[in-house]
Every structure is written in structure tokens, then in C-alpha cells.
Design a protein around this ligand. Structure first.
Ligand code: NAP
Ligand code: MG
Length: 497
């Protein structure tokens, strides 16, 4: 495919194979192996990347341990905060490059990756604020004399291993890094094999911000590198974002030294449109709740419950909206939907399109990948809107992670909540209504980590995010997030009497 808009490629791409980042330096994998990261819009190789393995993970964990016990442990909160604010400024300054790397590596359209600048910078500034504002407490202990002193200390949990998926490479790396830097922990990050570039570039910016070597290490590689990190006895906590299936493996692998864990996993979120909703907002809202980033979003509102009186009209309008979305070159600023991330993901999504049709669902639009024209070499799938579906179908139960929505009519609010909750997942949910009672009843009734009312997938660094049930445990963002990077020590002081 010929790029319609010629944008200069980031200099980072032109500097030969991309090496691991361990102890402040780029270095090849010990094995000497590399793998290729692909541009999903063209199917062509974007870069050779070091294929880190268990030995590299071990080196990175040791570097992170040395940094954790070294001068970094003496840095005062205000010093860590200052370095994080410098990093936030550098990320802002170099954001075009990070966004471009993500667009090339993952296929998310450039207007969307560029629009994530605000969040990336805000995340770092938010956690920088927490660096100086989180503290222990004093407690009047009844087990001690009246003039005793009991207090708690918040101490960093230690070396953190982060394992990330590919659907938001730079933003997700920053989300993992923020609480680490704020609390004085250190980090070994294993980015996804499909999109390792921007995290490696972010590590360079950390050095430029004056963050000591060994505090942030990046080991690109495959699942084996992630498994080695999850098992490593020198790692104190694993922060994982990815599929529920791999999440389970990590829980098992981490048992050896009882690592602290947080798990941000998959979802099959219910988005509910009531008959009184503002249709002009709900139509694009419900469509983009699924189709943004070609559906490769963990909270995607893939089960679209629509109240029966408006069902037919609403779904026609969603299908019309979907047909008009511009699928194309992710570097073109007119493009609204890019390709899926990989050939593997393309197969998975096309497999589900087949399953949906075999199950008896009907596609109002979409239903197949693009096989002709200038996009045929990339992994492009236009949006699919399935109707004539029911709750028991696989397309209504399993996470597809593609631009596919399954529409389901409902009658009453009680029914909508019960059916919304009839899922092994519990990540996000949405409700579109003008009725305050409906909004609050659904908000309270859904067993999910987030419920959006008349909006969808709004993320804020101050608002906790995470899953119920098989969507995981632990929260990212907000005060609860930072607590997961601390141990709490109680000190009980009895005075000489
Ligand atoms: P994935 O297959 O679970 O992979 C996630 C990460 O785990 C990758 O870095 C992967 O390495 C690594 N990994 C694979 N096997 C491993 C093992 N045995 N031990 C340790 N690490 C291992 O997920 P994905 O396909 O990249 O991403 C899609 C999934 O992520 C979806 O289920 C989506 O819902 C979920 N997700 C959740 C959130 C959230 O916040 N809840 C956000 C985004 C995505 P490789 O890249 O080499 O396979
Ligand atoms: Mg790629």
C-alpha cells in the first residue's frame, strides 16, 4: 500500500536492530536472536527487535534490584517527582515520535495515537503528584500505653515486572511506569511482541529525564520472556495486562515467591441503550465503543443491548454509521479505522465472523476482511454489526478483540442488568438514557469495574480502572493503584517509663 501522506519516519527506526534496554543501555539479547515487528497496514517488516529470553530477564531483574537497593532508594519523594515531571515534559516534546511508532507498529490511526498525548502526559503528572502526597498514618493503639506512638510507613514493594499487551504500547508502558517511579520501585517491562518499539524509545527518555540506570528496563521478546519474569524469584510484584488465559498462567507462575499481583484482563462489556436515550449521541457512542482501535480495546462495548421499541431503527443507524467509517492507511489523518495488529489477529477475528454467521446471526454491514484494492496486503477488517443474535451465541460470550458488535434487544431494566451480568467477565459497561433512575440503577447493578453513563471508555488517571470476575483484580489509576506498589509497615513505639 502506498502511503497517501508521506510523513518522515521516526529516527529511532533507522538505527539498526532495536536492542533490549537493561541497566541504562541498549544491548542485544544474550542469545543474539532477533524477531521482526510488522507494519500491519502493509504486512511489511518495520524493524528487527532483540528477542529477549530468560537470561536477559535475569540480567534485567538483577539490574532492577541493584537500582532498587542503590541510590534510587535514597531519593526523596520530591526528587522522584521532579524526575517524573521532566519525563512528562520529554514525553510531551517527543510525543509525535511515540505516536508515530505506535501507529506504524499497531495500525491505530495517527489521529487517534496523536490524541493520546494528553493522557500520556497527564498520567505522568498525576503519578508525580502522588509521589509527594501519599503517606502512612498515626494510630492511637489501644494495645499500647497512652503515651506510646504507633505509625505506619509506606515502603516500595520492590522490583516490579510488567507484562503488557499490544493495543496501546506507549500509553500502557507509561501507565505501568507511573506508580513505579512515584513509589520508588523499579521496573522490568516485557512489551508485547507485536508492538515493542515505543516502550524501548520511552526507556531512552527516562535516561534523559535523569532517572537512574536500572530503574526502568525493557526486555522485548515473546511469551517465554514474560513467563521467565512471572517466575523470577527476584521479582516482588507482577502487573499484568492481557488476556485472561495468560493471566491464569501468570498467577500460577508467580506462586513460587508469592508475588503481589495485579491483573487487567479481558472483557465482553455490555453497553445498554434505553428507548429514552439521546439517539444522536448514542449512535456514534455505541458504535465507537466497539470500533475504536478496530475493536482492539479491552473495555470495548461488544454486547450492545438495545431496548426493543427503538431496536430496529437504532441498529440501522449504527450500521449506517459503521459503513461510513473510513478504513484505510493509518498514517492518513482522514482514516478512522486502521488494520488489525497482526495476521494472527486477522485470522481470529475472521474466524469469529464465520462463527457468528454459522450461529445464525446476520451482518447488517461488514462480515469479511478486505481482500481487494490498495488495502488487500494489510490486515484490514471493516466494522461488522451482527443482529438476529442471542445471548448464548459465542459471538455474544467470547472476547473477539476486533471491530465486531453483537446487538441484543431487551425489554426491561431488570432484564438488561441480569443479562449484562451473565458473563464471566466484568470489565466495563455503558448505559445511554436521559432518566436518572435508569442511569443509577444500571450503574449500581452491573458487576463491572467501570460503568459509563452517556459516554464510553473515558479514562482518567485519577479514576480507578480494573475488572470484576475474570476481568482481573487490582486497580490501575487513582489512589488505589499507588497502594498496590507499597508495603505497609506498622511501627509500635513504647516509651521508657
Ligand atoms: P496476551 O496474549 O495475554 O499477551 C499479553 C502479554 O503477555 C504479551 O506481552 C505476551 O507476550 C505475554 N505472554 C504471553 N504468554 C505469556 C506467559 N506464559 N507468561 C507471561 N507472559 C506471557 O494478550 P494480547 O493478545 O497481547 O492482548 C489482548 C488481550 O489483552 C485481550 O484479552 C484484552 O482484553 C486484554 N487487555 C486488557 C486490558 C485491561 O486493562 N484490562 C487492556 C488491554 C488489553 P507476547 O506478546 O510475546 O505474546
Ligand atoms: Mg507490529
Amino acid at each position: 500500500m502506498q502511503d497517501k501522506i508521506q510523513r518522515p519516519l521516526p529516527a529511532f527506526l533507522g538505527q539498526g536492530p532495536k536492542h533490549l534496554f537493561i541497566n541504562g543501555r541498549h544491548e542485544p539479547a544474550r542469545s543474539g536472536k532477533t524477531f521482526q515487528t510488522i507494519n500491519p497496514a502493509t504486512g511489511k517488516v518495520l524493524a528487527e527487535v532483540a528477542d529477549g529470553g530468560a537470561e536477559d530477564i535475569d540480567l534485567a531483574v538483577r539490574a532492577a534490584r541493584r537500582a532498587f537497593e542503590g541510590p534510587w532508594s535514597k531519593w526523596r519523594p520530591a526528587q522522584r517527582q521532579a524526575s517524573m515531571l521532566r519525563l512528562a515534559d520529554l514525553v510531551d516534546q517527543h510525543y509525535d515520535e511515540l505516536a508515530m511508532l505506535d501507529t506504524l507498529d499497531l495500525g491505530n490511526p495517527i489521529t487517534r495515537t496523536m490524541a493520546n498525548r494528553t493522557r500520556a502526559v497527564a498520567l505522568l503528572r498525576y503519578y508525580a503528584g502522588l509521589a509527594t502526597s501519599t503517606h502512612g498514618e498515626t494510630i492511637q493503639s489501644s494495645a499500647m500505653p497512652h503515651d506510646s506512638l504507633t505509625y505506619t510507613l509506606k515502603e516500595p514493594v520492590g522490583v516490579v515486572g510488567a507484562i503488557n499487551p499490544w493495543n496501546g504500547p506507549s500509553g500502557m508502558a507509561i501507565w505501568k511506569l507511573g506508580p513505579v517511579l512515584a513509589t520508588g520501585c523499579t521496573l522490568v517491562l516485557k512489551p508485547a511482541e507485536q508492538a515493542p518499539l515505543s516502550p524501548l524509545r520511552l526507556a531512552e527518555l527516562c535516561m534523559e529525564a535523569g532517572i537512574p540506570e536500572g530503574v526502568f528496563n525493557v526486555v522485548s521478546g515473546h511469551g517465554e520472556a514474560g513467563a521467565a519474569l512471572a517466575e523470577h524469584p527476584g521479582v516482588d510484584k507482577i502487573a499484568f495486562t492481557g488476556s485472561t488465559e495468560v493471566g491464569r498462567k501468570i498467577v500460577r507462575a508467580s506462586a513460587g515467591n508469592l508475588k503481589r499481583l495485579s491483573m487487567e484482563l479481558g472483557g465482553k462489556s455490555a453497553n445498554m441503550v434505553f428507548a429514552d436515550a439521546n439517539m444522536d449521541l448514542a449512535v456514534p457512542g455505541a458504535a465507537m465503543a466497539v470500533f475504536a482501535n478496530s475493536g482492539q480495546v479491552c473495555v470495548a462495548g461488544t454486547r450492545l443491548f438495545v431496548q426493543r421499541p427503538i431496536y430496529d431503527e437504532f441498529m440501522e443507524r449504527v450500521a449506517d454509521f459503521a459503513k461510513k467509517l473510513r478504513v484505510g492507511d493509518p498514517l492518513d489523518s482522514e482514516t478512522q479505522l486502521g488494520p488489525l495488529v497482526s495476521a494472527e489477529q486477522l485470522d481470529r477475528v475472521c474466524g469469529y465472523l464465520q462463527v457468528g454467521m454459522q450461529e445464525g446471526a446476520r451482518a447488517l454491514t461488514g462480515g469479511a476482511r478486505l481482500t481487494e484494492g490498495p488495502l488487500a496486503d494489510g490486515f484490514f477488517v471493516p466494522p461488522t454489526v451482527f443482529v438476529d443474535a442471542h445471548d448464548g451465541m459465542r459471538i455474544a460470550r467470547e472476547e473477539i478483540f476486533g471491530p465486531v458488535v453483537t446487538a441484543l434487544p431487551f425489554d426491561t431494566i431488570e432484564e438488561a442488568i441480569a443479562r449484562g451480568n451473565d458473563s464471566e467477565y466484568g470489565l466495563g459497561g455503558g448505559v445511554w438514557t436521559r432518566d436518572l433512575n435508569t442511569a443509577h440503577r444500571v450503574g449500581k447493578g452491573l458487576r463491572t469495574g467501570t460503568v459509563w453513563v452517556n459516554c464510553y471508555n473515558v479514562l482518567d488517571p485519577a479514576v480507578p480502572f480494573g475488572g470484576y470476575k475474570m476481568s482481573g483484580f487490582g486497580r490501575e489509576s487513582g489512589n488505589e493503584h499507588i497502594q498496590e506498589y507499597y508495603e505497609t509497615k506498622a511501627v509500635m513505639v513504647k516509651l521508657d517509663s
